[in-house]
Design a binder for this molecule. Sequence first.
Ligand code: IPE
Ligand code: IPE
Ligand code: MG
Length: 239
Amino acid sequence: MSRTGPDGDRLPRHVACVMDGNGRWAERQGLKRTDGHAAGKEALLDVVDGALELGIEWLTVYAFSTENWRRPTDEVRFLMRFNESLLVDHRDELHEKGVRIRFIGRRDWKVPKRLLRRIDESTALTAGNRKLTLSVAFNYGGQAEIVDAVKQIVATGTSPADIDEALIAKHLYDPEMPDVDLWIRTSGEYRFSNFLIWQSAYAELVFVDTYWPDFRRGHLADAVADYQSRSRRFGGLDT
Ligand code: IPE
Ligand code: IPE
Ligand code: MG
């Protein structure tokens, strides 16, 4: 845990988190990979509480990637059901805490209809909340997101001269999502795995060795403190 703790005046507005290492966490203790996903729920709920305590505005978590369909059918099926029941079991308490739930990702035929229904219900239930936006990336890929944005733009007949960064950003899955300030990945892997690649162009990256099921709000606070020690220059110079 951090010695000084984060400075409340210089918080990252948007924190993004790759919740990685569930399978290895489970294997390490002789459990099934899916037990690792189940254990990851505690981490997610604790990190949401931590974000609320710190006063972070946006938290985006990577729950299922467009590449995760490559996993065994049983694991994929587990993840679909698991995410569905997570929403059903916890949306009321999240709602009471002032959390606005949102989703980013491709709503295609591969995602079970029932899960899409839960997603819509949870989004509608919590739409008026403003304390923290919890954005869940599901069937999400950063490259797919850019492809989908370009398709929409082309379909409107926009002239090439009118295409700029702001226009592309307006056509991403959640146009209201601010750019990522702090990008965290657990489990000691050092790659993007297609997570928020457009929005993270100038994010500060923090990699931690902890497997996701062991990650708690204290780790989040440490990452925020690390973020606050960085000098963000955005291509310019320190003043
Ligand atoms: C992340 O944990 C959760 C999802 C991808 C759904 P993993 O399942 O990738 O766990 P490891 O990386 O195999 O340990
Ligand atoms: C990224 O983790 C996806 C999620 C955490 C949902 P992966 O475990 O799928 O990424 P790779 O395969 O190690 O790059
Ligand atoms: Mg992984």
